[in-house]
Design a protein around this ligand. Structure first.
Ligand code: GDP
Ligand code: MG
Ligand code: ZN
Length: 308
């Protein structure tokens, strides 16, 4: 029996990378009896055992236990979920301050989802070549906001090939998922990291890929043996997480840290006296954009809060 990692899955065929070979595998029949709830029993990122049935073909006989996995709804309306990727070591959240501007509220929502999955996130701020001095000042501010929350923040320009070295270092030996809105430069980055690969770039193609009528499969790229990146098709690809309001407070890392100093142990940071979070916000230690995101998510969700 051989061992490998699933780099692509389309319906009943799964491409397994084992050393420098790619083997097209189907699932051994007995698997279907395991009663898995997700629509896809095999996911990109799975470590599997397989038997060769031919030179480049095989049967998957065992899926190793997943360290983690990210799910999405099978379709917008469906309650069934698909595993989008498994065994993800880190998420690279790519954002831009212009062309297009990524709203920080979106960043905050994304980060708490990743926290809920217990997957570390790194912020990549791309397209620095386009920023004037005002935008560069904004970049410093955004960097401060997220470094205060405990995240690593890297600014780069994929187009100019500047400041890519720290990204290369970060991904080495890991499975990273790259996420972010259409048009921020995700595919461009993967192409830059992997010369010879030519992923389609530009916002238009991404838009069509994430359109309602096409099924999208996450694509895993091998940068070098042991180093993989998954290009997630649009942000909608990232986890369907239903957090209740109490959890929201846990996953805003900066707010959670501050909450230890609140007067009440169960402070919601909305109206209580002696709230260290509100205090830090007033002092400008906690940036108001973070508090605003928290407030919005928390108060959008009163029912869930009441049911606790
Ligand atoms: N000016 C500038 N444009 C970039 C940069 N990185 C990517 N782009 C452009 O932004 C557009 C969208 O890039 P793409 O990689 O398709 O974004 P994706 O939708 O996130 O995969 C393309 O026209 C790229 O050439 C950058 O660092 N600077
Ligand atoms: Mg793309
Ligand atoms: Zn509080």
């Amino acid at each position: 029996m051989d061992k490998g990692i699933v780099i692509k899955t389309t319906g009943s065929w799964h491409t397994v990378r084992s050393g420098d070979r790619s083997i097209r595998c189907r699932l051994k029949g007995t698997f279907r009896k395991l009663g898995m709830k997700n629509t896809n029993p095999v996911a990109v990122g799975d470590h599997v055992f397989f038997e060769l049935t031919d030179k480049d073909f095989g049967l998957i006989t065992k899926i190793s236990e997943r360290k983690n996995y990210i799910i999405r709804k099978a379709t917008n309306l469906s309650r069934e979920t698909q595993i989008m990727a498994s065994n993800v070591d880190q998420v690279l959240l790519m954002i831009t301050l212009e062309f297009p501007e990524t709203p920080l509220e979106f960043v905050d929502r994304f980060l708490i989802s990743a926290e809920a999955y217990h997957i570390p996130s790194i912020l990549l701020i791309n397209k620095t070549d386009l920023y004037d001095s005002f935008k560069m000042a904004r970049l410093d501010e955004v960097r401060e906001i997220y470094e205060y929350a405990g995240y690593q923040v890297l600014a780069l320009s994929v187009l100019r090939n500047t400041d890519l070295a720290p990204v290369k270092q970060l991904i080495q030996g890991k499975l990273s998922l790259i996420a972010g809105n259409s048009g921020v430069g995700k595919s461009s980055l993967i192409n830059a990291l992997c010369p010879g690969l030519h992923l389609k770039t530009d916002a238009i193609s991404d838009y069509h890929q994430s359109g309602k009528h096409t099924t999208t499969y996450p694509e895993m790229v091998e940068i070098n043996p042991g180093t993989y990146i998954i290009d997630s098709p649009g942000i909608r690809g990232f986890g369907v997480i239903d957090l209740n309001s109490n959890e929201i407070g846990l996953y805003f890392t900066d707010i959670f840290n501050l909450s230890r100093h609140c007067q009440f142990y169960n402070c919601t940071h909305i109206h209580e006296p002696g709230c260290a979070v509100i205090d830090a916000c007033k002092k400008g230690v906690l940036h108001e954009s973070r508090y605003r995101s928290y407030y919005k998510l928390f108060t959008d969700n009163p029912q869930k809060y009441r049911s606790g």
